[in-house]
Design a protein. Structure first.
Ligand code: ADP
Ligand code: ADP
Length: 229
């Protein structure tokens, strides 16, 4: 389960400026789709519509055939996990940040999430390991580490659908590889929408959607897209 469909979706923030103009796309259950396109194309707007931060003006979005407007906010929140571009961390321990919203998570489960999110090296360098406090009043955490903490959180949350908004900030190639590996762990067997900024992420997706000016201008596997050019 977890099949996502956008059906002729139209959306505007302001009446005089259309942002999405008839988006149709399908993410089969368990597949990973990368959305690419220039800044301002409407990529983030797609993800905001999926978790109903805003509602579509026309058309519909379905999960397993059901209009998302027909499900409760609670079940939508359970169904969709979001890894934002810039994760805000609490001034609390790494363990707290990872297990946020999952009071039942055991220390073993947290350690396993740390391993799969490729955070082991990071945690082993911290004075108090998973108990180290992060954030403004604690340890500074890089953008790449923040995203991996958010990925670890998603491994515990275990939603059928994942939205990953890849950071645009530049990362060293080691962090990039670690994030891609972590993303692949959390995306495995999950329906995943990636707002992609890196070529490696795009090449790794089952399908690529190219968005421009609020329209899908190309769609296919990377081999199909290469063959068309
Ligand atoms: P992308 O993620 O592809 O860079 P966005 O979906 O963030 O694009 O934005 C698409 C367009 O919508 C941009 O022109 C952006 O300025 C505009 N936009 C985004 N969010 C808002 C908002 N909350 N209110 C008004 N316009 C917005
Ligand atoms: P992103 O596309 O990753 O969300 P942006 O820089 O486009 O990053 O937007 C940052 C925030 O500002 C978002 O919450 C977005 O909704 C809002 N935003 C973007 N463009 C506009 C706009 N033209 N008017 C109002 N809010 C906007």
């Amino acid at each position: 389960s977890g099949r996502v469909r956008f059906e002729d979706v139209h959306f505007r923030y302001h009446p005089d400026r259309p942002i999405l103009e008839g988006i149709s796309l399908e993410i089969p259950a368990g597949q990973k789709v990368a959305v690419v396109g220039p800044s301002g194309a409407g990529k983030s707007t797609l993800s905001r519509l999926l978790f109903r931060f805003y509602d579509v003006d026309q058309g519909r979005i379905t999960i397993d055939g059901q209009d998302i407007r027909a499900v409760t906010q609670d079940s939508l929140r359970r169904a969709i996990g979001v890894v934002p571009q810039d994760t805000v961390l609490f001034n609390e321990s790494i363990a707290y940040n990872i297990a946020y919203g999952r009071p039942e998570a055991t220390p073993e489960e947290i350690r396993e999430a740390v391993r799969l999110a490729h955070l082991e090296d990071f945690v082993s360098r911290l004075p108090k390991g998973l108990d180290t406090v992060v954030g403004e009043r604690g340890l500074k955490v890089s953008g790449g580490e923040k995203q991996r903490i958010a990925i670890a959180r998603m491994l515990l949350k275990d939603p059928p659908i994942l939205v990953f908004d890849e950071a645009t900030s530049s990362l060293d190639s080691r962090s990039e590889k670690a994030i891609l590996a972590a993303l692949n762990e959390v995306a495995a067997r999950r329906t995943t929408l990636v707002i992609a900024h890196r070529l490696s992420t795009v090449m790794d997706a089952d399908n690529i959607v190219v968005l421009e000016n609020g329209r899908v201008i190309e769609q296919g596997t990377h081999l199909e897209l290469l063959a068309r050019d």
